[in-house]
Design a protein around this ligand. Sequence first.
Ligand code: ATP
Ligand code: MG
Length: 505
Amino acid sequence: MNQENILVMNSITKSFPGVKALDEVHIEVKKGEIHFIVGENGAGKSTLMKVLSGIYPYGNYDGDIIFDGKIKQFHNIKQSVHDGIVIINQELALFPNLTVYENVFVGHEISKGSLMDWDETKKQAKKYLDMVGLDVDIYRYVSSLGVGKQQLIEIAKALSQNVKLLILDEPTAALNENDSANLLKLLVDLKKQGITSIMISHKLKEVEAIADSLTVLRDGKTIIRMERKNINEQEIIKNMVGREIDDIFPKRPIYKKQEVVLETVHLNSYDKSVNRYIVNDSNIKLRKGEVVGIAGLMGAGRTELAHSIFGNPKNYKISGKVIVHGKILNLGHPKNAIAAGIAYVSEDRKSDGLILDEPITQNITISNLKKISNSGIIDFFKQNQYAEKYIKDIGVRTPSILQHVKNLSGGNQQKVQVAKWLFAEPKILILDEPTRGIDVGAKYEIYTIINDLVAHGMSILIISSELPEILGMCDRIYVIAEGIQTAEFNIKDATAEKIMESATV
Ligand SMILES: Nc1ncnc2c1ncn2[C@@H]1O[C@H](COP(=O)(O)OP(=O)(O)OP(=O)(O)O)[C@@H](O)[C@H]1O
Ligand SMILES: [Mg+2]
């Protein structure tokens, strides 16, 4: 069968100061297919989708958008939505303080005369939530729901706007394995109903699983379009990074026991806002030169454990002890943790990681001002030199170290965040979802750095939802479920099945 194209983007070029983000990009998407856009961080994927959806308006780019057989010149996102193109960005756009049903129809309300028709709104909202398979009380506030559910509400909203082409920019980056699997299944279901989707993802297993076709972008250029029958991980990687990567987890020698550097002893954290223990009798040990993984489902209490150790920013009621290098750590403030040689790379780079309106230089060096100062005065030459070195080592794609972080692609922001804490030269590094949104090539670089750091005696705690990462990088693994430590594995005994089993109670 010769399927027709629902979308052609022809010779699209878009520049930002100092960066040609898209250079005559060409993509074709057939009606009813699931098309992926893949490429390294900064390759231009999100920019291309912003051009398509009118976030970057007509006149702001060169080239043509042909949708449903007609040339389109969208001046804003409303116009593209009107034509049936709906984009769901990684930063979800729901209103946390509105209910589920209000969120489905906010912006395109159902009215009866001059009044809102709430009965109809609720009825319709239920219908669309059913279509995405979300069974949730429609009177709940969106803020009380997890990311997985919020994403489904966004899709329900898209359906209520008669979507023909659904665009998802890294929808599974923040989802656990279960929610991700459900989302992929939903896309396949929607396809059967004739809805075309474009999806951006760094998780190549997903691409293999559901892509009908894909386009690889590299440095703002179209490299290749691949069809289902030719799609496999190795081929994608080769086209993405321009070389082969056999094993994305660089090898490390088998760990030889050294002294314990960090230990939690009957640590409990009680969260008053939800009235329960989110850390329940934690007893973990981290040794010198060791990489220890904390596995568990979303909401199991992994980040809460990190927060409890790292200065308790959420004000949990804590009992028990944390011992660092043999001394009891004062859990009252992050500065105590930092003084004890601990650094924490948070999972949320937006809210507590980076200063988006500042250049890369400041963001990296702020974690260790001493290192760039002479008698209390910042040496700007040194500061720039270090920033240059770190962005080179870790492969941050940017026209200059003076670029404001907000102008970097998602994955490159994450790399700056990692660089910032490496610059602090901590003895103990806690990494919370360190490679979320990071491309395979850069992951490899980060893993190589991790190996190098532990070889030099640093100890690293990795919290990750990606089991391959936990299995590929850790010497030892703890599993947490609902705040409780349910299992501990040496890497040689660990399997994905065993971890999943202990992660569900
Ligand atoms: N508002 C902006 N101002 C300046 N440069 C920008 C802006 N938005 C994007 N860029 C640059 O354009 C290039 C493409 O960025 P884009 O966000 O499209 O990448 P991406 O492929 O989505 O990457 P990622 O996988 O990291 O999300 C990058 O070099 C980025 O730094
Ligand atoms: Mg992006």
